[in-house]
Design a protein around this ligand. Structure first.
Ligand SMILES: [Zn+2]
Ligand SMILES: [Zn+2]
Length: 52
């Protein structure tokens, strides 16, 4: 496996966190927002740019 972590980013558009391994989202919070576009992210990660 090559190092392709850059492609493995959370599918929540407002989230800038890397997704969990084997998943599309970084957290259950983002996964629960599937389909809806929210301006703020509630994942709780300090590095998230959508976390207000
Ligand atoms: Zn986030
Ligand atoms: Zn996320």
């Amino acid at each position: 496996m090559a190092d392709d972590r850059d492609k493995n980013q959370c599918k929540n558009p407002s989230c800038s966190c890397p997704a969990q391994q084997g998943g599309k989202y970084c957290s259950a919070s983002c996964e629960g927002s599937g389909g809806t576009i929210e301006l703020d992210c509630d994942c709780g990660h300090e590095t998230c740019s959508g976390n207000f």
